[in-house]
Design a protein around this ligand. Structure first.
Ligand SMILES: Nc1ncnc2c1ncn2[C@@H]1O[C@H](COP(=O)(O)OP(=O)(O)OP(=O)(O)O)[C@@H](O)[C@H]1O
Length: 251
């Protein structure tokens, strides 16, 4: 049986002035897949994420989220349609506590747009859900701590928790282990795997040990073009990928 695509990019191009930065990208991300995009600095990974999440308009081509066109829609609409992008830590409300951040995301997923006063009954349910999430994130003991006082790795964990709580089916993660120690990175990967089991994940990541641990499939972006897509083994053994990017790093 063919797998349903959560995301489908067809011949996507992006120019900045006369420079063509994304040069006809075709990419299918299957529902529930963990798809990691790798590539050298300046290959266009962030630009591609900006196009998918609606922060930038495509110059040409189409992007579909579960069969609906989303290219050139504003980011908040793309978000409402079920795609959320987790930035480094900028999605958090720094002065609000862990619980308040989680509650905000849960209420957003129900369309409350931060109107906390709507229903007391619902508030109890949301609080319970937020507590359960804090526990899953190993942040129970910090439930009433403002986000700004968490460690960097804890903030990243909370950020992933808020993204999941916001109800998005497709989650884009931007270098989820950047700036972390090896132990923190391993914990973060386990947390991502645990928290996003029901989601489709698209991840940009530089750390190849993280990439090969996390990915169901990998796409390699070089100078604005995807030169290969495949399982970790297929990518490891792909001669063009080795020449353009991996070198001998993964052997
Ligand atoms: N708004 C912009 N205007 C002009 N050029 C841009 C703009 N945004 C990105 N670029 C250029 O597009 C190219 C790709 O940048 P991008 O940040 O997407 O690459 P990347 O693969 O994410 O790189 P890195 O791994 O270093 O984060 C770079 O040459 C960059 O200078």
């Amino acid at each position: 049986m063919t797998k349903r695509n959560a995301l489908e990019l067809k011949a996507v191009k992006k120019n900045f002035g006369r420079a063509e930065i994304i040069r006809g990208v075709n990419l299918d991300v299957h529902e529930h897949e963990r798809h990691v995009i790798i590539g050298p600095n300046g290959a266009g990974k962030s630009t591609l994420f900006n196009l998918i999440s609606g922060r930038l308009k495509v110059s040409d081509g189409s992007i579909k989220l579960f069969d609906k066109n989303i290219h050139n829609m504003p980011a908040h609409k793309v978000n409402r349609m079920g795609l959320s992008r987790s930035f480094q830590v900028t999605n958090l409300f720094q002065n609000m506590t862990v619980m308040q951040n989680l509650r905000c995301s849960l209420l957003w997923s129900e369309g409350h747009k931060y109107a906390f006063w709507k229903s007391v009954m619902k508030q109890d349910r949301v609080t319970e859900h937020a507590l359960a999430l804090a526990e899953e994130l190993n942040l129970s003991s910090q439930a009433d701590t403002p986000a700004s006082l968490l460690t960097y790795a804890e903030q990243r964990a909370l950020e992933v928790g808020c993204t999941v709580a916001s109800g998005a089916e497709v989650i884009l993660l931007d270098e989820p282990t950047a700036g972390m120690s090896r132990t923190e990175a391993n914990d973060a990967i386990q947390l991502i795997q645990r928290m996003t089991g029901k989601n489709t994940l698209v991840v940009v990541e530089h750390d190849l040990s993280v990439v090969f641990e996390l990915a169901d499939r990998i796409s390699v972006l070089v100078y604005g073009e995807i030169i290969a897509t495949g399982t970790p083994d297929e990518i490891r053994n792909n001669a063009a990928v080795q020449e353009a990017y991996l070198g001998t790093e993964v052997h």
